[in-house]
Design a protein. Structure first.
Length: 529
């Protein structure tokens, strides 16, 4: 017998699987390892939410961090994530928080990869996992959505296992309990209801076509779990209003958040958005897998899987923030569709092992070749854990100089200010469009940056004493606003680093800081371009 046809012993094949899986997961972990940048995200606000919960028992239901609309009501749909983030940060520092995020992300990836292996074959699952990885690393910030990915994986593990009779009905009891966690962790908790509904639909289709009493009983059981999951969604501080919040949260969005752009909008805008290339590759793979099912393997067609594929695909095309969710789901769905290409056999040939290794290396190399800089940081900073070096310098300067507000700040830096300065200072705005009236962004925030007459009038009325701006804001209005303020004789730049520009009013309570720290305006303008 030739070596190429020899079978690898079961134990040896398991070692091959384990080593390859460890290599994939460890590579994913490394690619997620970027220092935390508090100046451009909402992590600071989540940490402050957690701090207030433990110190005062507060779950904010109004916009208490802002002085512009402090009484504006909103539903705090991710308060539980703030509690968990604060626990990690308080007990183990920002490095511990980074490691916790990486651990949860790796566990999530393993859950979906494990699903793909169970219902297809390891070589197929491994290759598709590598194709998914460039998309998965796009959301390397610590966000509440990490819990959506994890709980989605758990839902699929349980529901898929029940459908394939690997798990008993009792396993489904975990789903409403997970839903109670989910509804308090992230706004995408509605996916739990949708996924249970999809598996119920799939069960009903099978029952209608086969007319088995056993299948009728299983469908009734899934219906009970669906109702229980719906009720579990009401177990949150806002009750039924919190459960219904996903239906109308976007009605309050009057600010163009890029992550909510559709694929079509990104293409029209001409953004150099590298994840889009990798998304289209994976979209083509998932689509091709369904073509294969309809052309070559109609007997294994699952309408539930088809509906899940359609759902996550539509979500991804409608908002680029959903690319990661799409990639996680596409992994087991594509693998299951293509399972007939390779038998799911623990004892595979040496040729299969060698071919799998070579193909994995080839796919990984091709994806890396498309854009090496994307994997080496893509402007996200060096690899590392904890807070990015000197990230807190601007806040320390503000506190050391005892600067007096009110502050005018831009959208993304609000979470940073909340974390370091609340309650002494409140923000003008932060990156929660739903926490402000829609007219605020249209008639106030954006107008202040675009119209000089509006700035002159409102800055006098509101009494701005400090401008605290993330100058990496590349919007046209933000960039032009920075130039105008830097050239404005009424304002003096006193702090500048690679992220933050601080200006103080020349004839205000912070004049002593100007005497000690005023910067040359031409240098600031040259550095910010």
């Amino acid at each position: 017998m030739q070596v190429a046809a020899e079978l690898v012993p079961r134990s040896s094949w398991r070692v091959f699987e384990a080593v390859t899986t460890a290599l994939i997961l460890s590579t994913y972990a490394v690619l997620l390892t970027h220092p935390i940048n508090l100046t451009a995200g909402d992590l600071g606000r989540h940490l402050k939410n957690g701090e207030l919960f433990f110190s005062n028992g507060w779950i904010a239901a109004s916009n208490l961090y802002s002085y512009t609309h402090p009484d504006h009501p909103f539903i705090n749909h991710h308060w539980g994530s703030g509690v968990l983030f604060y626990l990690f940060e308080h007990s183990a520092g920002f490095q511990g928080l980074s490691f916790a995020f990486i651990a949860v992300s790796v566990l999530t990836f393993w859950l979906f990869l494990n699903l793909a292996v169970k219902y297809s074959s390891f070589p197929l699952a491994a290759v598709i996992a590598v194709v998914c990885m460039p998309i998965l690393i796009t959301r390397h910030e610590i966000r509440p959505e990490m819990f959506t990915y994890l709980i989605s994986g758990l839902f699929l593990q349980i529901l898929w296992g029940y459908r394939q009779r690997r798990l008993s009905f009792r396993a489904l009891y975990f789903l409403p309990l997970l839903q109670i966690l989910w509804v308090n962790l992230h706004i995408y908790f509605f996916l739990g209801i949708v996924v249970v509904g999809v598996f119920l639909f799939d069960s009903l289709i099978v029952w209608i076509t086969q007319r088995s009493p056993d299948l009728a009983s299983r469908s009734r059981g899934l219906a009970v779990i669906l109702i229980s999951t719906l009720l579990a969604s009401c177990v949150n501080p806002a009750g039924i209003f919190g459960a219904l919040y996903p239906l109308h949260i976007m009605q309050g969005y009057a600010f163009p958040v890029i992550e909510n752009y559709s694929v079509a909008a990104v293409l029209r805008a001409g953004f150099n958005f590298l994840p889009l290339t990798y998304f289209l590759i994976l979209f083509g793979l998932l689509t091709s897998s369904w073509v294969f099912v309809f052309a070559k393997d109609r007997s294994s067609l699952s309408y539930g899987n088809l509906l899940l594929s359609f759902m996550v695909t539509v979500m991804a095309w409608l908002a680029i923030r959903n690319f990661v969710l799409f990639a996680y789901f596409a992994l087991p769905l594509s693998a299951a569709n293509l399972k007939k290409l390779m038998a799911n056999n623990r004892a595979m040939s040496l040729r299969t092992a060698a071919t799998t290794s070579i193909f994995l290396a080839g796919v990984a190399s091709l994806l890396f070749w498309i854009s090496p800089i994307y994997f080496l940081g893509d402007g996200r900073g060096a690899f590392g854990v904890g807070v990015r070096e000197e990230n807190q310098a601007a806040a320390e300067f503000f506190r050391r100089e005892n600067l007096q507000g009110p502050i005018f700040n831009n959208f993304d830096v609000g979470g940073y200010l909340i974390y370091y300065l609340y309650p002494k200072e409140r923000v003008f705005v932060d990156n929660r469009p739903e926490a402000y009236p829609p007219m605020f962004f249209r008639e106030e925030y954006l107008s202040l940056q675009r119209r000089e007459d509006h700035w002159v009038r409102r800055s006098s009325e509101l009494g701005f004493n400090v401008i605290f701006f993330n100058h990496r804001d590349r919007s046209t209005s933000g960039a032009q606003f920075i130039v105008r303020r830097a050239l404005d004789p009424a304002w003096a730049p006193v702090f500048f680093d690679k992220d933050i520009l601080i200006l103080v009013k020349r004839y205000g309570p912070n004049h002593s800081t100007i005497e000690k720290h005023e910067l040359a305006k031409d240098e600031v303008l040259a550095s910010s371009n």
